[in-house]
Design a protein around this ligand. Structure first.
Ligand SMILES: Cc1cc2nc3c(=O)[nH]c(=O)nc-3n(C[C@H](O)[C@H](O)[C@H](O)COP(=O)(O)OP(=O)(O)OC[C@H]3O[C@@H](n4cnc5c(N)ncnc54)[C@H](O)[C@@H]3O)c2cc1C
Ligand code: SF4
Length: 485
């Protein structure tokens, strides 16, 4: 260990931009075993590991790095999987520069962080290849109690796995036709190949978790009925209401929402027939594309447009590069792939061409003014510096808010915050309704996969405690079972 003094930081090699920009495969080559061991050995084995402190899962990072450096990969995998249900997914898509790697002590000392995410991915990919990933087996029989989980994203899937391990009968409901939430339909394949998600889901299916896909809770099955069916319910529905731009011309054909665009692209990649893609409505091929926004969703849109064969791809963001919310690594990748960034630029209106479809975006040049209440400097328009960009596909990627769950579920008793997220008690993640819990983006607002996994883990523990109390109550002479009530 401590080889950082003489071993340079190395990430897995990226495929050349000119090659990778034509397909949806992941952009990084896998680490070779010697390279992974070498990079793991750069860890300085800190007494207080800040990487672990800043990992939302508090993964035992220095310990599995040491095992990996010693070639004890199976043990490294077992330790890594003891705190995470999806280590190979986090290794691929966590913004490590803001989490574990950003807080690595050798990063602070100027040597470049240990490439923790890449080693984590390597360990668990190896475990899948070598058959070390064990089937999901319940450790007890609690099948007299059942759990209904609304949402098959990382929060719902994590809770489902951990509750199934504890022996409950677990049912997962999702309105989509595939499980995975944003892992399957939001995040593009060049960041996370779909087979990686599908093999995780298959393990859950094989472990006896029952998936009810194409099932919208609130439409196909009422929320009240779901509560009747199950002893406990978890709301893990994510956040899906796109923030509107509300500008002149925003309703023109050719102005589309980021998630509609990404879902269509992911579906095509999965082999589905997508009429809106085939018709060109949700395809960037041959178009001048303008993406509005500076977060990771915007980065995914620009890079998807490049791969679909756009004529030009421009990202408009109203703040500057240093103040954008998206990961700098992703901006760098996008630039390498030919995306043009217009920093300090905000759209003012959209104009139609002769076909009635959007043809151009009028944009205002911005400057950063004084900080607002949140401390961020507010962008303000510079007078007389408007400019126009050709655009026959405009993608709005301004972020997501929660849908109105109380209306969707017909349940006014479900307490929500002023932002519309579900109010869940800090530790237990229980809601205002008895036996109903919540986790993931629907509690935190649009966040990260690793936080959804963390909350899935926490809520499984909390639901288990609650269900155990209910079961004990039912066994006591004075207790009344829910069904009998
Ligand atoms: C384009 C994009 C890129 C992203 N990239 C990254 C990244 O690189 N790294 C990262 O860490 N995070 C990223 N994120 C954020 C991350 O995907 C989310 O934070 C995470 O998926 C939240 O997990 P979740 O389980 O709470 O919700 P989701 O993943 O949103 O899953 C919720 C599920 O609930 C289902 N559902 C909703 N309502 C109902 C209902 N009424 N009935 C039945 N089912 C319902 C939905 O269909 C969905 O499958 C990205 C997000 C987007 C949009
Ligand atoms: S889960 Fe994310 S933050 Fe934690 S060690 Fe892995 S890559 Fe780093």
């Amino acid at each position: 260990m401590l080889s950082f003094t003489h071993t340079e930081q190395a990430f897995p090699e990226k495929r050349a931009a000119g090659t990778r920009a034509h397909d949806f495969h992941e952009i990084s080559q896998p680490f070779l075993i010697a390279k992974a061991e070498e990079q793991a050995s750069r860890c300085s084995q800190c007494g207080v590991p800040f990487c672990q402190v800043h990992c939302p899962l508090q993964n035992h990072i220095p310990d599995w790095l040491k095992l990996a450096a010693e070639g004890r990969l199976r043990e490294a995998y077992e330790l890594s999987t003891s705190t995470s249900t999806m280590p190979e997914i986090c290794g691929r898509i966590c913004p490590q520069d803001r989490l574990c790697e950003g807080n690595c002590v050798i990063e602070q000392s100027g040597h470049g962080a240990v490439t923790i995410g890449s080693v984590e991915k390597f360990i668990t990919d190896t475990a899948w290849q070598e058959g070390w990933v064990e089937p999901l087996v319940p450790l007890a029989d609690r099948s007299s109690q059942s759990v209904g989980i609304i949402g098959a994203g990382p929060a719902g899937l994590t809770a489902a796995e951990l509750l199934r391990v504890r022996g409950y009968e677990v049912h997962v409901y999702d309105r989509h036709d595939r499980a995975g939430g944003l892992l399957i339909y939001g995040i593009p394949g060049f960041k996370l190949e779909k087979e990686v998600v599908e093999r995780r889901v298959q393990r859950l299916v094989d472990g006896g978790i029952r998936f009810h896909l194409n099932t919208d809770i609130g439409t196909d099955i009422g929320f009240a009925e779901l509560r009747q069916r199950h002893d406990a319910v978890l709301v893990a529905t994510g956040v899906y209401k796109a923030r509107p731009l509300g500008l002149e011309g925003a309703a023109l054909p050719g102005v589309v929402k980021a998630l509609d665009y990404l879902i269509a692209s992911n579906r095509v990649g999965l082999g589905d027939d997508v009429p809106a893609f085939a018709s060109g409505e949700l395809s960037a091929e041959g178009r001048d594309v303008v993406v509005i926004g500076g977060g990771d969703t915007a980065m995914d849109c620009v890079r998807t447009a490049v791969r679909q064969g756009a004529r030009s791809v421009t990202c408009l963001y109203r703040r500057d590069r240093a103040n954008m919310p998206g990961s700098q690594r992703e901006v760098h990748n996008a630039e390498e792939e030919g995306v043009r960034f217009e920093w300090l630029a905000a759209p003012a209106s959209f104009a139609a061409g002769s076909s009635g479809r959007v043809a151009s975006v009028k944009a205002s040049r911005m400057r950063l003014g004084n900080p607002d209440a949140s401390g961020r400097r507010t962008p303000q328009p510079e007078a007389g510096q408007d400019f126009t960009l050709p655009a026959d596909l405009v993608i709005e990627a301004l972020g997501f808010d929660p849908e109105d769950l109380r209306a969707a579920f017909g349940e006014p008793g479900l307490a929500v915050t002023r932002w519309g997220t579900v109010k869940a008690e800090n530790e237990r993640l229980s809601t205002s309704l008895t036996g109903v819990f919540a986790a993931g983006d629907i509690v935190r607002g649009a966040s990260l996969v690793v936080w959804a996994i963390r909350e899935g883990r926490d809520v499984a523990q909390s639901m288990h405690a609650w269900l155990s109390t209910q079961a004990k109550g039912a066994q006591s002479p004075t207790g009344a079972r829910k069904e009998a009530a």
